[in-house]
Write a protein that binds this ligand. Structure first.
Ligand code: SAM
Length: 271
C-alpha cells in the first residue's frame, strides 16, 4: 500500500517530465482571464497554488501584487524565474503540496490556482488549505477543467489504460462543477462561476495528440510505464479518435475548444 509520501513523489515525478512550458503557453489565456477578473493591484498579497512556470503569478506581479507561487515540482521554477525577470517582476517560489500549504492562517488577500489544485488527491485537504490561508474578505480564484472538457476525456483514457498510482480520492474534474465547489469550500464562501473555453490551435487530432505526447508530463509518464509498451499505440489511437470528435473549424481556424470553469469565491467569515 503506497504511503501519502510515496503518492506525492509519484505525482511530483509525473508532472516534472517533458517540456511543460509549451503546454503552459496553451493555458496562458485562462490565466489572463482570471487575472483580469480578479484585478489584483499594488500590495495585494497573492498566493498561486500549483503555479507551474508562473502563468498567473507573473501576470499578477505585473499589476503590482506581492506574489508567492507554490508547486509540487520545482522543475518549472527556472523557467518561471526567467519569465518573471523578462517581465521585470519578482515572484517568490516554493516547492510544496497544495494539501499542506506552508503559510500562516489568513495570510493572503488572493489565493489562485489554474488547472492545478484540482489534481491534488485529497480534495477536502486542498480546498481546506486554500480557505485557511485566505483572509476574511479575501478571494479564491480558479480555472478548473470541467467533466465534459476535452481534458476530462483525455484523462479518462489515460487512467483506463494506466491505473493511477496517484491516489486520487476524488475525480479531478469534480472541481469543474459549481455545486461540488460550493460544498467543498463551505458556507463561509460566496461563490460565482462561469463556463469558459480555451482554444488549442492544431490542424487535426493527430497533431494535438503528438504535441501532448511529447510535452505533457502525465502523458510521458504513462508512455514510459505502460506495460507491455505496445499498448501505448492502442491508447494513442483512442486519444486521436476521441480528439477528432472535438476538432472544430471556425473563425479561429482549426483547433479544439477546451471548456473550463472560472471560479471566484469570496471569504465572508473565518473558517
Ligand atoms: C496543468 S499544470 C498548471 C500549471 C499552472 N497553474 C498553469 O496554469 O500554467 C498543473 C500543475 O499542478 C501541479 N500540481 C499537481 N498536484 C499538485 C499538488 N498536490 N500540489 C501542488 N502542485 C500540484 C503540477 O506540478 C503542475 O505544475
Amino acid at each position: 500500500m503506497p504511503t501519502h509520501q510515496d503518492i506525492r513523489e509519484v505525482n511530483r515525478t509525473m508532472w516534472s517530465y517533458g517540456e511543460y512550458r509549451h503546454v503552459a503557453d496553451l493555458l496562458r489565456p485562462g490565466a489572463v482571464d482570471l487575472i483580469e477578473r480578479l484585478a489584483p493591484g499594488p500590495g495585494t498579497a497573492h498566493l498561486d497554488v500549483a503555479t507551474g512556470n508562473g502563468n498567473v503569478a507573473i501576470l499578477s506581479a505585473q499589476r503590482g501584487a506581492r506574489v508567492q507561487g507554490l508547486d509540487l515540482t520545482d522543475e518549472f521554477f527556472p523557467d518561471a524565474r526567467e519569465r518573471a525577470a523578462q517581465a521585470g517582476v519578482q515572484v517568490d517560489l516554493h516547492r510544496g503540496d497544495a494539501e499542506e500549504l506552508p503559510f500562516e492562517d489568513e495570510s493572503f488577500d488572493l489565493v489562485t490556482s489554474t488547472y492545478g489544485v484540482q489534481f491534488a488527491p485529497n480534495h477536502e485537504a486542498a480546498a481546506g488549505e486554500m480557505a485557511r490561508v485566505c483572509r476574511v474578505d479575501g478571494r479564491i480564484g480558479m480555472c478548473n477543467w470541467t467533466s465534459r472538457s476535452w481534458t476530462a476525456h483525455f484523462q479518462e483514457i489515460l487512467s483506463a489504460y494506466f491505473p493511477s498510482p496517484t491516489g486520487h480520492q476524488g475525480q479531478p474534474m469534480l472541481w469543474g462543477d459549481e455545486d461540488y465547489l460550493r460544498e467543498l469550500l463551505g458556507k463561509q464562501f460566496a461563490l460565482t462561476a462561469e463556463r469558459r473555453e480555451l482554444w488549442y490551435p492544431f490542424p487535426d487530432a493527430e497533431a494535438l495528440v503528438a504535441f501532448f505526447e511529447s510535452c505533457f508530463g502525465p502523458c510521458i509518464a504513462a508512455r514510459n510505464t505502460i506495460s507491455p509498451p505496445s499498448r501505448w499505440f492502442e491508447l494513442r489511437a483512442e486519444m486521436v479518435e476521441m480528439t477528432e470528435r472535438f476538432v472544430t473549424a471556425d473563425g479561429r481556424g482549426t483547433g479544439v475548444p477546451v471548456e473550463y470553469l472560472l471560479v471566484v469565491a469570496e471569504k465572508k467569515e473565518r473558517v
